[in-house]
Ligand binder design. Structure first.
Ligand SMILES: [Zn+2]
Length: 455
């Protein structure tokens, strides 16, 4: 005779097939694959500056990753800029009340080199682009002083970094320095792109570690300061590179595309573990998980690893040129580091909140506020496309508290990634992507994004 427990076991139904939520979220939380992927990218490929050998290797690596996952993949050609850093040094000259000494600095992408003997000039401090109009910048090195005390100040700080050099050059400055757009520093300067357009006069442009910027600001209160800069960077002719595009075809509406993107390039000072290695790994994990779903998603999910987001945005423009006529029912970009998932922002037409609410509800289990929030367009790689067609965007907002401590600096290394936060964000990304691709309906498109303000 069987014991009651054994009877119960015999009567138990076979284990249920995992739910969609378990298949996506459960696996992303437990399989360790997102961390393994970003580790592989960081350790085996390393820095991926657009136009560099590292970026070319990253393209081959990404293609192989999708192939291993069994997701059909192709490359799409992109012509990109090739800027090479070279040596970089700077010093403050001795003066009243200060010893002088080396500055912790790094050239901005696109910076011109200094003449062979360096450039030496008096420094003039300005705190905004508008202030350039009245400051005596002719023949001087302009220092842009702007304290970025929290992540919310990044927009303003990065505007000075991006557009300050060309505007200062137009007014006769010989070089520029900007306080790093960063919330934390151990004397590690944070780079970024200096935008010089056709007709602009490129000049040497550097970022100072926040500590050095603050010291310079203090010394300037006491009297004139002279700085010497020596930069060996150079710009070479554009080279061929590629976006990596992989796709899981929709079972019912293959012509309707949900796009999930991240950018494959990084800055050259480190391995870009957070910017945007983490995003790339989350995209690959989402591809792996969705490719195993049976049946597959109702609509096509397209994974795009863009080339050149950090400098020039060539991959985003090439994608928009090639694909603007296709129906993109939603687009997401993972380019916010490796923090834990917090909120969902969207940009969509009428009825978007009520459409999104039921899709987001399960994300509460991951600590995400499931109430969708309206936002302006997010995602550098999505902007070119959003300026050509009404593009609904959905954005997973990850905890940004420490992202700008390391972003664009030599400190953007793997050890800064919290594996649990990364796995949660990967899980939320997989769920969000699947839900948008498999929902009965779609988001209403918002208006076409207006062009950026002319400068
Ligand atoms: Zn990025």
């Amino acid at each position: 005779m069987l014991a009651p427990l054994a009877l119960l076991l015999l009567a138990a139904p076979p284990p249920a097939a995992p739910s969609t939520f378990e298949s996506l979220v459960g696996r992303a939380l437990t399989d360790g694959a997102t961390l393994a992927t970003v580790t592989d990218l960081a350790d085996r490929i390393g820095p991926r500056l657009v136009g560099s050998d590292g970026a070319a290797e990253a393209v081959r690596w990404a293609v192989a990753q999708f192939q291993t996952a069994g997701v059909p993949v192709r490359t799409e050609r992109v012509k990109v800029a090739r800027w090479i850093r070279g040596e970089e040094r700077g010093e403050v000259l001795r003066g009243p009340g200060r010893q002088g000494g080396p500055l912790a600095l790094t050239a901005l992408g696109g910076s011109a080199p200094t003449p062979a003997g360096g450039v030496e000039a008096e420094v003039v401090e300005v705190t905004s682009l508008a202030a350039l109009a009245t400051a005596p910048v002719e023949g001087r090195i302009v220092y842009f002083h702007h304290r970025m005390s929290s992540w919310e100040g990044y927009g303003e700080a990065s505007e000075l970094r991006s557009y300050g050099p060309a505007e200062a050059a137009a007014r006769g400055a010989v070089a520029t320095m900007v306080r790093s757009a960063a919330t934390g520093s151990l004397r590690s300067p944070h780079t970024g792109a200096a935008v010089f357009r056709a007709g602009d006069r490129p000049i040497p442009a550097v970022a100072l570690a926040t500590e050095d910027g603050d010291a310079l600001h203090r010394w300037l209160q006491a009297g004139p300061v002279r700085v010497r800069l020596q930069l060996g960077c150079r710009t070479e002719p554009d080279v061929e590179s590629a976006n990596v595009v992989a796709e899981i075809r929709g079972r019912e509406k293959p012509a309707e595309v949900v796009l999930l993107g991240a950018h494959l390039d990084s800055w050259d000072l480190a391995v870009g573990a957070q910017d945007d290695g983490a995003g790339v790994a989350m995209v690959l994990e989402t591809a792996r998980l969705i490719s195993r779903m049976r049946p597959g998603p109702r609509r096509t999910v397209r994974f795009v690893l863009f080339m050149g987001e950090e400098h020039g945005g060539a991959g985003a423009s090439a994608y928009a040129d090639a694909h603007a006529s296709e129906v993109h029912v939603a687009a997401l970009e993972s380019d916010a580091g490796a923090g834990r998932p917090l909120w969902i922002y969207f940009r969509g037409g009428e009825g978007s909140e009520s459409f999104l609410a039921p899709l987001l509800h399960p994300l509460a289990a991951l600590g995400v506020d499931p109430i969708p929030r309206k936002h302006t367009l997010y995602g550098e790689d999505l902007k070119a496309l959003a300026r050509k067609r009404g593009l609904p965007t959905v954005h997973l907002w990850q905890d940004p508290s420490h992202y700008f401590d390391v972003h664009h600096s030599a400190a953007d290394t793997l050890d800064k990634i919290d594996p649990v936060a990364l796995a949660r964000s990967a899980a939320a990304t997989a769920w969000l992507t699947w839900s948008l691709a498999d929902a009965a309906g779609t988001l209403a498109p918002p208006p076409i994004e207006p062009p950026p303000p002319a400068r």
